[in-house]
Design a binder for this molecule. Structure first.
Ligand code: XUL
Ligand code: CO
Length: 441
């Protein structure tokens, strides 16, 4: 098998002092952190669509990167196989054990869905053959129900029953492929599940149809032996003006409303969180405290731009606070997918590797610092102290839901006026966080 990424070595850990552009500075797969290997804390995945398909095309211009990987032309089965070859070599060189894909990323779609499905069978056989003995597996699968024009009015939320059948058929096939490739999760990102205008939209009707599609997916998945986690990936807008899975709180409410909360969890994407006006940590926290933190799409937005830029994560404050939530969650049942892409002018094979080295090092650094926050204890102790007044007998009664308004009002009347509340100490805590993040590992 001919090497595709010629001249690029296997990426190894060399430590923070290394100046080697093809070495990890922080990601040290076997290093033990909080009793587990870094590689177990950080089940990294490569997103097929950004890494092997996206060539830098945007609404102002053509692609800038050549992603044919030696195939004569894009959009052929020869190209689909070249992408598998490239993907496996890429993951092997970086020590990445997982990948994620949409059905449409791995084969060119045919005019007839039966032919598309045949191609999907052929390529997944090829993926199995190429990953054999490498330990590389599918993290999660999904169906692309937003690119094809038939989904312009939505998939589960479409107004057209014929389109709804195609959505169901794609979900069915994508779950079968997820099982075939040993995937741990199956994702629903509501690509066009939303509306452009309420003037033509039945919101409840559309939400019920989405829930029914998810229920059918759950039932079929469980029937064919999918024991993994179904995931909703919240996003507030883009491509639709308003998307139904606005944020974690909205998506969790939806799952509870339709009785899907036992089988589904959240796949939280950093850039989607910021689009919703939240921090990444907020979305992770809301998911975690509801027992619904399943997986993450690792990336970051650009603060100067208001859209889903899918930049590779470089902000170690954000990765630290994200890893804090993940560690507190006892890890992720699914994993960490780099739903991130190179900037358009970063158009070489070297850039693809630099992007992943950046992302993996940023999360490794975040993990080390999350562990340091926990071991240091100042921040967590402050949180405990802040609520310590609830340790009183009356406080415990409130916590247990046993108190009444009458007795609390009687207590207030006895006190006459409350004491001055204690400081929230935000600036002190931000200083502690800086101190931890900026200290040596
Ligand atoms: C789009 C997005 C998707 C999902 C999978 O913003 O994040 O790529 O991750 O459909
Ligand atoms: Co995503």
């Amino acid at each position: 098998m001919e090497e595709i990424f010629k001249g690029i070595p296997e990426i190894k850990y060399e430590g923070p002092a290394s100046k080697n552009p093809f070495a990890f500075k922080y990601y040290d797969a076997d290093r033990i952190v909080l009793g587990k290997k870094m590689s177990e804390h950080l089940p990294f995945a490569m997103a097929w669509w950004h890494n092997l398909c996206a060539n830098g095309v945007d609404m102002f211009g053509r692609g800038t990167a050549d992603k044919r990987f030696g195939a004569a032309a894009e959009g052929t089965m020869e190209h689909a196989k070249a992408k598998v070859d490239a993907g496996v070599e890429f993951m092997r060189k970086l020590g990445i054990k997982y990948y994620c894909f949409h059905d449409a990323d791995i084969v060119p779609e045919a005019d007839d869905i039966n032919e598309t499905n045949r191609r999907l069978d052929e390529i997944t056989d090829y993926i199995l053959e190429k990953t054999k003995g490498t330990g590389i597996k599918l993290l999660w699968g999904t169906a692309n129900m937003f690119s094809n024009p038939r989904f312009m009015n939505g998939a589960g939320s479409t107004n057209d029953i014929d389109v709804y059948c195609f959505a169901a058929a794609q979900v069915k096939k994508a779950i079968e492929l997820t099982v075939k490739l040993g995937g741990k999760g199956y994702v629903f990102w509501g690509g066009r599940e939303g509306y452009e205008t309420l003037l033509n939209t039945k919101v409840k009707f559309e939400q019920e149809n989405i829930a029914n599609l998810m229920r059918m997916a759950r039932d079929y998945g469980r029937k064919i032996g999918f024991n993994g986690t179904f995931l909703i990936e919240p996003k507030p807008k883009e491509p639709m003006k308003h998307q139904y899975d606005y944020d974690a709180a909205t998506a969790i409410g939806f799952l509870k409303e339709y009785g899907l909360d036992k089988d589904f969890k959240m796949n939280i994407e950093a850039n989607h969180a910021t689009l919703a006006g939240h921090t990444f940590q907020h979305e992770l926290r809301i998911s975690r405290i509801n027992g619904m933190l399943g997986s993450i799409d690792a990336n970051q937005g650009d603060i100067m731009l208001g859209w889903d830029t899918d930049c590779f994560p470089s902000n170690v404050y954000d990765t630290t606070l994200a890893m804090y939530e993940i560690v507190k969650n006892g890890g992720l049942p699914v994993g960490i997918n780099f739903d991130s892409k190179n900037r358009r002018p970063s158009n070489t094979y070297e850039d693809m590797f630099h992007a992943f080295i950046l992302g993996m090092d940023s999360f490794a650094y975040g993990l080390l610092k999350a562990a340091a926050i926990i071991e240091d204890g100042r921040i967590e102790k402050n949180v405990e102290d802040r609520y310590s007044s609830f340790n009183s007998e009356l406080g415990q009664k409130v916590r247990n839901g046993k108190a009444t308004l009458e007795e609390l009002a009687a207590k207030a009347s006895e006190m006459k006026a409350p004491r001055v509340p204690a400081s929230g100490k935000q600036e002190y805590l931000e200083g502690v966080l800086n101190n931890i993040i900026l200290s040596n590992n």
